[in-house]
Write a protein that binds this ligand. Sequence first.
Ligand SMILES: Nc1ncnc2c1ncn2[C@@H]1O[C@H](COP(=O)(O)OP(=O)(O)OP(=O)(O)O)[C@@H](O)[C@H]1O
Ligand SMILES: [Mg+2]
Length: 255
Amino acid sequence: MRRIAITNQKGGSGKTTTAVNLAAALGEKKRRVLLIDLDPQCSATSWFGIKNPDKGIFRVFVENGNVLDIISETNVPNVHLVPASSWLVGAERALAGEVGAETILRRQLHQLPSDRWDYLVIDCPPALGILTVNALAAAREVLVPVEAHVLALEGLAQLIQTVDVVKERLNPELEISGILACRVDGRTRHAQEIVEQLRGRFGNLVYNTVIRENVRLAECPSFGKPIIQYDPRSYGAHDYRALATEVIRQEKERK
Ligand SMILES: Nc1ncnc2c1ncn2[C@@H]1O[C@H](COP(=O)(O)OP(=O)(O)OP(=O)(O)O)[C@@H](O)[C@H]1O
Ligand SMILES: [Mg+2]
């Protein structure tokens, strides 16, 4: 099972859009995906139309609940969801000072049957706090969506530093598996320049696929569907399918 944390502490960089639509596009390719919503804003959870997730993953963090008890089906083939709830807002404080708080999620995920899902995808909140550190401790790979409007290189440097610290202290197998340029507006030279700068700085770490700006992607959460269902012929559907293909291809390259 590949374990991928979708992380960027910068708000609005495309994490949830990528988590949901990559999960759905992998599902369409017959890969079984467990999507974990780790954001107190619950954006991925409400995207799937789950309105009353009870306490969701909060139970796992603060009440020692079992992940298997809170997994929901979704209307997307091959995709299951571990919902978040606004209770998570209090998790940071509830866990402060608790011994082993950074590895709660990892210990819980160890209990999942290893052959039940092919991918575990974690949607992180826009902060480098205890929830994101839990995701980084539980994952093997980090996928970093970057909004291609303004290049926030300092923010990326800070994220990479956090990944390095988690790798050194908690999770030696953690790697950045890719940087994904999101919201690339093909009509402006500026967006292209940012993608080029990213490639110049991070080379092969940047996915060949770029996610173009596409209003259909912004619309689909209100309809409770991922882009491949909401508008299967849109640019957004095309781009996330291409990303899924590229993510799957990484497995062959590693062998
Ligand atoms: N390729 C795209 N084209 C158009 N709009 C997009 C695209 N990707 C994301 N958006 C929109 O940009 C906004 C931010 O995206 P998203 O919620 O995925 O970011 P996020 O990193 O999860 O944000 P947060 O940090 O708040 O969790 C949303 O309104 C989303 O609909
Ligand atoms: Mg989000």
